[in-house]
Design a binder for this molecule. Structure first.
Ligand code: GLC
Length: 426
C-alpha cells in the first residue's frame, strides 16, 4: 500500500484503528453478575460496577434477584445444574459454599496477594476441600436495635436478657398506646418461614444453652428442653409484643416497621444502621444497637454469622474478566465504600481501624467482636444437605411460633426427620 498518497494514509489509519478496536473487543468482556438485594445493596453494587467498567473496559450487567436468600438459592441451583453460561459471577451466601462448590472455579491461585488480609475464619468458611469457592465481600452479624428516646422516656436500660427485653417492650408499648401511639409494637424480627428464621431461631436456641441444631461433629442436638424453652418463649411474643404479621416478615418488612417509628426493638443486620440514620428515616438519631439478649438459664448472647461472597461460575466463558471483577468487588476500596454507604461489615482486618469508617459508621468497629464470636449455621457438618436441614428447622420453628404444636413436640419430630435425612452420615 502506498502510504504517501492521501488515500493510502487514510487506508493505513483505518486498518490501524480496526486492529486496535479488534484487539480491545477481544479483551473487553460482557459480564453478568447476579445479586439479591436487601436495603441499598443493588444501588451500591451498581456504583461499583460503573467504576469497574471505567477502569477495566469490561461491561457488566447486574441481574437483580429476590431479597430472600432461600429464593435465590433455589434459582441459582437450577441454573448451575443446567450449566448456565449466561451468568459469570454469583453473589453467594456464607452458607452455600459446601452445596455449590462443584459449580464454581477455585479462586485461590488468583488471590495469593490479598487472601491473608481477610479474617482467616471467613476464608475458611468459603473453602471446601482446599478449594476457595468464593471471595468475601462483607460479613454479617445481627444487632438488637433499640429506641434510645423511648427507653430514656420510661427510665429503661437496654435489656440484657430476652425476659427483660419482653418486659420493657410490653411496658413501653402499652404506655405509648395509651398516649395515642396506636401503631407501636414492642419487637420486630424475621419470622417468615425461610432462611432468615433459621438465623433468628438459632440465636434464641444458642442463647438459652440449647446447642446449635447439628453440632460441628455432626450430632443432631436440637431436641432438648432448653431449645424447646427458647421456642416457646418466642411463641409468647406473638401478638403480645410482636405483630401477628411478623410470621411473614423478612429483613425489609421488619425494617419498614422500625424505620417508620413503629417498634421499640428490632433484630436485624448492620445494614439497618446506615439506613435508619438516613434523612428519610423517622428514627434518625433516635436509636442505637446492642448485642442480642441472653436466654433464661443461658450463658451467652448469640449472633448468627451471615455474610456474602462472590463466586465465578465454572460455566462462564469470560472467566479471566470475571475473576478481575470479583477481585475488584472484594478489594479494600470496594469494602470501604460498602462500609461507609451501607454499614456493611468488612472482611478485611485493616478496615476496622479506618478513621473514616470509625467516624461515619461507628457500628462497624463496635461489631468486630460480635462477628468474630458469631455462631455459624451447621452448613459445614451437614454438607450438601444443609438447605434441607435448615428448611426442616425453620418449619418446626414457624409451627411453634404459629401455635401449631409446642417447642418440645415440634423439636422431637424435627430430630426424627433430621435423622432420616442424615441417613448413615451427612
Ligand atoms: C443476611 C445474611 C445471610 C443470611 C440472610 C438470612 O443476608 O448475611 O447470611 O442467610 O440474612 O435472611
Amino acid at each position: 500500500m502506498n502510504t504517501h498518497t492521501g488515500l493510502g494514509r487514510l487506508l493505513a489509519a483505518t486498518a490501524l484503528i480496526g486492529a486496535l478496536v479488534g484487539a480491545n473487543a477481544a479483551r473487553a468482556a460482557e459480564l453478568s453478575v447476579v445479586s439479591g438485594a436487601v436495603g441499598n445493596d443493588l444501588a451500591e453494587m451498581q456504583q461499583q460496577l460503573d467504576r469497574f467498567a471505567q477502569q477495566s473496559g469490561h461491561t457488566v450487567k447486574l441481574v437483580s434477584m429476590p431479597a430472600s436468600t432461600t429464593d435465590q438459592f433455589g434459582q441459582y441451583r437450577l441454573w448451575l445444574s443446567a450449566g448456565n453460561q449466561d451468568i459469570d459471577v454469583y453473589r453467594t451466601d456464607v452458607i452455600w459454599a459446601p452445596q455449590l462448590a462443584a459449580h464454581f472455579i477455585d479462586l485461590k491461585p488468583h488471590v495469593a496477594e490479598e487472601i491473608d488480609k481477610h479474617f482467616p475464619a471467613i476464608i475458611e468458611s468459603q473453602t471446601v476441600d482446599g478449594k476457595l469457592v468464593a471471595m468475601p465481600m462483607y460479613t454479617d452479624a445481627p444487632a438488637l436495635y433499640y429506641r434510645k428516646d423511648l427507653l430514656e422516656k420510661y427510665g429503661k436500660q437496654p435489656p440484657k436478657t430476652w425476659e427483660e427485653m419482653a418486659a420493657t417492650a410490653k411496658e413501653i408499648q402499652d404506655k405509648e398506646r395509651a398516649e395515642g401511639n396506636q401503631q407501636l409494637w414492642g419487637f420486630v424480627f424475621q419470622g417468615n418461614a425461610y432462611e432468615g428464621l433459621t438465623c433468628n431461631a438459632l440465636e434464641w436456641v444458642v442463647s438459652f444453652g440449647g446447642g446449635q441444631i447439628v453440632e460441628p461433629d455432626g450430632t443432631i442436638s436440637i431436641s432438648n428442653p432448653k431449645a424447646a424453652k427458647a421456642l416457646d418463649t418466642a411463641h409468647s411474643w406473638i401478638n403480645t409484643i410482636s405483630p401477628p404479621g411478623v410470621l411473614a416478615y423478612q429483613e425489609e418488612d421488619a425494617r419498614g416497621v422500625w424505620q417508620t417509628g413503629n417498634a421499640v426493638f428490632m433484630r436485624n443486620w448492620p445494614y439497618a444502621y446506615a439506613l435508619g440514620n438516613s434523612d428519610d428515616s423517622a428514627v434518625k438519631g433516635k436509636f442505637d444497637a446492642t448485642t442480642l439478649p441472653i436466654g433464661e438459664g443461658g450463658e451467652r448472647s448469640a449472633a448468627t454469622l451471615g455474610g456474602w461472597n462472590l463466586a465465578v461460575s465454572k460455566y462462564s466463558r469470560n472467566q479471566e474478566a470475571a475473576i478481575e471483577l470479583v477481585k475488584f468487588l472484594a478489594s479494600e476500596e470496594a469494602q470501604k465504600f460498602r462500609a461507609l454507604t451501607n454499614s456493611r461489615l468488612p472482611t478485611l482486618v485493616a478496615l476496622y481501624d479506618d478513621p473514616e469508617i470509625v467516624e461515619k459508621q461507628p457500628i462497624v468497629p463496635r461489631w468486630k467482636e460480635v462477628f468474630l464470636n458469631a455462631v455459624p449455621r451447621p452448613s459445614a457438618p451437614t454438607k450438601t444437605k444443609y438447605n434441607e436441614v435448615s428448611s426442616e428447622f425453620w418449619t418446626a420453628v414457624h409451627n411453634t411460633l404459629s401455635g401449631n404444636g409446642d417447642g418440645e413436640s415440634n423439636l422431637k419430630r424435627l430430630a426424627a426427620r433430621l435423622k432420616r435425612l442424615q441417613g448413615g452420615e451427612w
